[in-house]
Write a protein that binds this ligand. Sequence first.
Ligand code: HEC
Length: 430
Amino acid sequence: MMSGNTFFTAFLIFHFISFGKIHLLGSDTITYYQHIKPIIDEHCTGCHRTGQTAPFSLESYEDVKKRASMVEMVVESKYMPPWHADTLFRTFHNQRALSASSLNKILTWIKSGAAEGLPQKNGAANILKWPSPDKIVAFQKPFIIPGDNEEQYRFFVIPVENPAPIYLRGVGFVPKNKTLAHHSRIMIDTTKRIRPFDAASVWQAGPQLEKMNIPLANSFWTGWVPGNFPLFYPDGVAKVLPANADLVVNMHYAPSAKEETDQSEIHLYYAKGKPRRIIETLVFDETWVTNKPFEFQPDTVITFYMRSPVLPVDLSLLSVLPHMHLLGKSFKSFAITPDGDMIPLIHIPDWDFNWQQTYQFNNLLKIPRGSVIYAEATFDNTKNNPKNPYFPPAKVRYGWGTKDEMMNLIFEYLLYEPGDEYLDFYGSDN
Ligand code: HEC
């Protein structure tokens, strides 16, 4: 006769086995159409679709299935989707990183044979749509991207010729050569002095422009990296394009073996009437560095620190965008409130020049009056840095050229109003 204990053990084993089995059955039933396609559509096909930056499409079952082992590798190592911000420091509205459960689903699905399953009734709805823009402005003429296997960094000037400020509820950068366009940063010049530099190389024109010391109306109006789509703001809030604006696009193209063209566009979506609240940008630049000189001796690793003045008003932050060039290694920013509390803003432990982007906060983030915002960035000017533009390492200084260095931190903000922190600022549909 079984003793109570033995019975209990047998019972446990029985359950363990059957639960194990149920679990296995559960994983057997993970199918592409039911479980995996929705994850891929949300996290991958923004870039992995026909005509986009990624080198192949992941839009169909066959696309994913034939690359299953590669997909397994890149999601497990977190190489894909590209997401460089530390999610334990802060999570963001436009976060691409896979949740632990989505990651597990993909891995289990691939390990158990990547079953196709049956197409879902509403499964084909992944068509990204947004309204037609009110105005489209484009590079003045098509740019010929030379087929010389070299990266291209260019300025393009788009004169908008608007006699009055334009209030915008949305703005989008739309690259026309989606396979070579790598990222763009858009500035606003109202002096017209950058016009002669249309299509000029950043390396060649950068130093000259720097000397001219043109007071830009906005040195970081908006930016784009692959996988970004037009950005919309809710009613009553707008971005402003000042009168007589020239949009100056700082554009990076990937190397190409054959000649191609690009004539990218900026799509403007007008606000209805004059909005009550205007989005401003707060730009930290190198003059805010507290341990100057902002210079990089060869064969050294150095950390620079910046701090804002004491904030005179309450702010509601919308987004944060750190910017460095090729020596950048890591970037961290946080605010300290008058009560001594720390508000984490962004941490990028492993900087990648190719994937700099605007990080949108989940909700408007209140930074109380009296706070100070801090930033610290580490730069590696040794030969251990594979991105170092000089070999052997050389002395590097501040500059617009990609081989020079920069340390910027850009926030989009509104003046705080009570209740802002509870606002899901971007809504659920964009
Ligand atoms: C923001 C754009 C973007 C998103 C989102 C993205 N990818 Fe990619 N992916 C790229 C680009 C660009 C490349 C090619 C350059 C590279 O390997 O970094 C790439 C390369 C790859 C590769 C080939 C890697 C290799 O070593 O050749 C795989 C596999 C891949 N992606 C899978 C995925 C999967 C799966 C997802 C979603 C979970 C995803 N990607 C999301 C842009 C993206």
